[in-house]
Design a protein around this ligand. Structure first.
Ligand code: CTP
Length: 420
């Protein structure tokens, strides 16, 4: 598939460097020629010998390498290829790239290349979230650099999770193949009512770990949130669905980010923004366990159950509602209430700075959670719309129609086809 294509693979110094070995294998399976550059940091994690054995080529490590300068030189290395792939891309390397620093072979090649550049970031979630890294990522995107990942999940650091894990080698190889073969995601269908709109949706429950085998959960099935994602995608929107653990299949044409905990969900939502609309349909656990144990909690023979120390989780809707930079033009929350439906929905609307609340009275309609039907009222600051009892798919379609009406007459800023 990639015969006649040459990829310069830059491996920088992160623990994910070990995955680059598999990435080389994946790229070579597709018949690409891979020329590897390793930073000093990368060589702390894997050896040039292992990399060279897999690329079946010389491994480049030094900017001022007499042999290499005569042989190829960093300028030729930067140009005599079809793609420069950086995996893992550390926060440090991205910072240098964003500022045009060229103080080693990897950064000099990145500054000198006129070929497409694909980055697979890998770092601790706190480093990924850091405003400096956010700025650098935006600057690199603005410079036309493409990204694969990072993903959310467990980090190498014990007990840490969040967004920052390097995408899997196969996903990176796919992103590289798409770029090399000029395969682009389909352009938005302008005839559709939400064409060009970006929508972020949360769905399902969250799981809050107690110990390695137990967690706190709730009965949310994700049916309503997933149905909204499917309906929005069918209406032409570019949808990112941030889903807790559910049995629902990923809706077609939707980018799905799978998370477990409320904290991971918040981070994934922040990463997916900015957007035109955010719809928070997830039943986010209000509390997590203060310190998740490393070991399974055992009965101690005293007959007394262990005390679980709970801490309040971040409120995703309220966090986004109060963040003027991230807040989309239309922010929609859900509220399941057993009493004083409108009053409680209005107070949530104000407290969380949402525009609409999709409220349902769960006191009579037992089985909304996990069931197929929903009777909702749409509450905004001044009005209440009563909808009849509908199938969740029909609630989703009607909500998407209402969103389309909200935006009708407003110009769409047509985005370019996205990477990944
Ligand atoms: N929500 C959220 N993050 C949380 C809790 C809730 O984003 N940690 C969102 C839900 O996705 C929903 C809305 O807030 O859109 C209302 O959720 P609900 O559980 O009804 O609100 P609470 O703030 O938990 O209020 P209550 O006191 O009724 O539990």
């Amino acid at each position: 598939m990639l015969a006649n294509k040459t990829i310069v693979l830059i491996i920088s110094g992160g623990i994910a460097a070990y995955k680059s070995l598999d990435l080389i294998r994946r790229l070579r399976e597709r018949r690409a020629r891979v020329r590897a550059i390793m930073t000093r940091g990368a060589q702390q994690f894997i050896t040039p010998l292992a990399v060279g054995a897999l690329t079946a080529d010389k491994v480049y490590t030094e900017l001022f390498d007499r042999e290499a300068e005569q042989d190829v030189g960093h300028i030729r290395l930067a140009r005599a290829c079809d793609l420069v792939l950086v995996a893992p891309a550390t926060a440090d390397l991205m910072a240098k790239m964003a500022h045009g620093i060229a103080d080693d072979l990897a950064t000099a090649v990145l500054l000198a290349t006129d070929k497409p550049v694909l980055l697979a970031p890998a770092m601790n979630p706190k480093m990924w979230e850091n405003p400096a890294t956010r700025r650098n990522t935006e600057a690199l995107r603005g410079d036309g650099k493409k990204f694969a990942g990072p993903k959310s999940g467990e980090m190498a650091e014990r007990g840490e999770s969040g967004v920052g894990r390097m995408a899997e080698p196969l996903e990176i190889a796919d992103a590289a193949t798409d770029l090399l073969l000029h395969r682009r995601p389909p352009t938005p269908d302008t005839a559709k009512p939400l064409a060009g709109r970006r929508i972020v949706i949360t769905s399902g429950p969250t799981h809050e770990p107690i110990d390695p085998v137990r967690y706190i959960a709730n009965r949310s099935s994700g049916k309503q949130g997933h149905a909204i994602a499917a309906a929005a995608a069918a209406a032409g929107a570019r949808v990112t669905l941030v889903s807790g653990p559910v049995a629902q299949p990923d809706p077609a044409g939707v980018k799905v980010i799978h998370v477990e905990t409320a904290k991971e969900m918040l981070q994934a939502v922040k990463n997916a923004l900015p957007a035109d609309v955010a719809i928070m349909a997830a039943a986010v656990a209000d509390w997590g366990v203060a310190s998740e144990g490393d070991q399974k909690i055992k009965k101690d023979g005293s007959g007394h159950p262990p005390a679980l120390d709970l801490v309040e989780n971040p409120d995703i809707l309220a966090t986004i509602g109060h963040n003027d930079t991230l807040r989309p033009m239309l922010l929609i929350g859900f509220a399941a209430e057993t009493q004083n439906l409108i009053e409680n929905a209005r107070s949530k609307l104000a407290r969380k700075r949402a525009d609409w609340i999709v409220a349902n009275d769960v006191s009579h309609e037992f089985g909304v959670m996990g069931g197929d039907r929903n009777t909702v009222r749409i509450v905004d600051a001044g009005t209440v719309e009563d909808w009849p009892s509908l199938n969740k798919v029909d609630v989703a379609k009607r909500l998407v129609d209402k969103i389309a009406t909200f935006f009708s007459g407003t110009a769409v800023d047509m985005p370019e086809a996205e990477e990944q």
